[in-house]
Design a protein. Structure first.
Length: 153
């Protein structure tokens, strides 16, 4: 009895899910790398709020001084309703920057917590990527079926 190898066609929507997850990974991995560098080699200092974004944008601009030079950045407030009204120009903020690249910085108290959050997102994107391929049948085993031309007995 001769077996014909038949391969199922992959389903499209899981492959689209994998494509979306790949896009998410492509955006998350550089952020994870930056966060890892800040966590390992970050220098803490104090900065000040220099401005706010547009109405209800939740964006806050900050500046900090190191090595006789002023650098700046921006961050998004966690809650537009409560934090925006409490944040004023000139307020102090905790800044962590890279000692070797002082123009790379972030605002916040704990860089380790931010690293954990970014790791979780990268893991979730990776799981979605692999799940999409698995659901599409790309990795499905090939099934052999008996040929119609061959006798069964």
């Amino acid at each position: 009895m001769k077996l014909l190898t038949v391969r199922r066609r992959p389903r499209l929507w899981p492959l689209l899910l994998s494509g979306l997850a790949l896009f998410g990974l492509a955006r998350a991995v550089p952020e994870l790398h930056k966060q890892l560098e800040i966590t390992r080699h970050g220098v803490r200092t104090f900065g000040w709020v220099t401005g706010k974004g547009g109405e209800n944008s939740g964006i806050v601009y900050y500046a900090y001084r190191t090595n006789a030079q002023t650098y700046g950045g921006q961050y998004k407030l966690s809650s537009l309703d409560s934090d925006s009204e409490l944040t004023h120009i000139g307020d102090a903020v905790n800044v962590t920057y890279l000692g070797t690249k002082p123009y790379i910085s972030q605002v916040g108290h704990d860089p380790q917590f931010s690293l954990r959050i970014k790791q979780v997102f990268c893991i979730l994107w990776l799981i979605l990527f692999l799940l999409g391929f698995w659901l599409s049948g790309v990795f499905a085993p090939q099934k052999g079926i008996p040929s119609a031309a061959s006798p069964l007995g």
